[in-house]
Write a protein that binds this ligand. Sequence first.
Ligand code: FE
Ligand code: FE
Length: 162
Amino acid sequence: MADKQLDDLFLDTLKDIYYAERQILKALPKMAKAAQSAELRAGFEQHRAETEVHVERLEQVFELLGKAPRGKTCDAILGILEEGKEIMDEFKGTSALDAGLVSAAQAVEHYEIARYGTLATWAKQLGHKEAMNLFLQTLKEEEATDEKLSSLAKTSVNLKAA
Ligand code: FE
Ligand code: FE
């Protein structure tokens, strides 16, 4: 009974992050286009390519579970992306825009890190070892992206905004 419930939660969370990743895939080109710093723009473009792979890995997990890939509306990511959009609108043409874009992107990465950490733990508990490894691969890339954003913020973007 307990396992069955965790199973359901696992599948729901998989659908949540599948929806989120596809929203992120649509948002990243807009963030790249808005970025003023060439380095930040390149970072967003690179992470867009990685995000395509994240979506593919999730589809592999659905397949491993014998389920058709299906998303479930995730209000959290919609809110985070909406905030990012507000920053793009409100700080357009200002020296603080890139700092705002970095902060918006980090909120996205932290959301993903939370989700993938949870999914990897549950996959392990439920005995889905292959799925766990797929989640951990993506988790590593989200963490690396977050660190890159932090160092970009410290070395250049925030200094220009100050
Ligand atoms: Fe991702
Ligand atoms: Fe990401």
